[in-house]
Write a protein that binds this ligand. Structure first.
Ligand code: 5GP
Length: 214
């Protein structure tokens, strides 16, 4: 699916929901433990597809091309925006990040459940295009806890850390637009909660109509 016309017809056909995969979107401030929760959930629920984002930021030590992100230049990213290659994109902490459109639509059409881990700006764009998506917000138990985790993580320079803390305050305001809240005060419990949400959504009658010809 490469153009807007195809995308619009995909939206209108979705009413039938026949064999369409479910879309799960998780967001939350930096340092809240999203990365760990995401990694673990794929071990527990292997038949879930992760949508690898495209970014124009430099890769950090240990990050793998095509696994953590697709790393592209700023110029390439801007060309991709113009060519409608993203279902959403945003400047996150000063860097371009975006979800490839083709991959997402293709997997959903094939009936695969897809998980996106994107920021609040991106999630709000996805919500407009996929209102039936399941939006899950991961929150820290307290500000103090978040600050501590960010400082201990030390992947960012000092200025960047301050920026992420400021961004986190703004991100928390979007929580009310999400369907579910997972407070990460205990990582094992948080993972269990996310797993329960995914299982419950998969069990909904509306998501099983095609199985029983209702
Ligand atoms: P990082 O630490 O990798 O530079 O940034 C992580 C932040 O970028 C997280 O808030 C994550 O949710 C967000 N992010 C990752 N991929 C995407 C994407 O494709 N779109 C948007 N909007 N945000 C993304």
């Amino acid at each position: 699916m490469t153009n807007d016309k195809d995308f619009l017809s995909f939206i209108s056909e979705r009413d039938t929901r026949a064999n369409r995969g479910l879309l799960f979107v998780i967001s939350g401030p930096s340092g809240v433990g999203k990365g760990t929760i995401r990694e673990e959930i794929f071990k527990i629920i292997p038949d879930l597809t992760y949508s690898v984002s495209v970014t124009a930021r430099f890769s950090r030590k240990g990050e793998r091309e095509g696994v953590d992100y697709y790393f592209v230049s700023k110029d390439k990213f801007e060309k991709m925006i113009k060519a409608n290659k993203f279902v959403e994109w945003a400047l996150v902490h000063g860097d371009y990040k975006g979800t490839p459109l083709g991959f997402l639509v293709d997997k959903l059409q094939k009936g695969e459940d897809v998980l996106l881990e994107i920021d609040v700006q991106g999630a709000m764009q996805v919500k407009k295009k996929f209102p039936e998506g399941v939006f899950i917000f991961i929150a820290p138990p307290s500000w103090k806890d978040l600050e501590k985790r960010l400082r201990e993580r030390r992947t960012e320079a000092k200025e960047d850390l301050e920026k992420r803390l400021k961004d986190a305050r703004n991100e928390m305001r979007y929580m009310q637009s999400y369907d579910y809240l997972v407070v990460n005060d205990d990582i094992k419990v948080a993972i269990k909660k996310l797993e329960s949400i995914i299982i419950a959504e998969r069990c909904k009658i509306i998501n099983n109509k095609n199985k029983f010809k209702l």
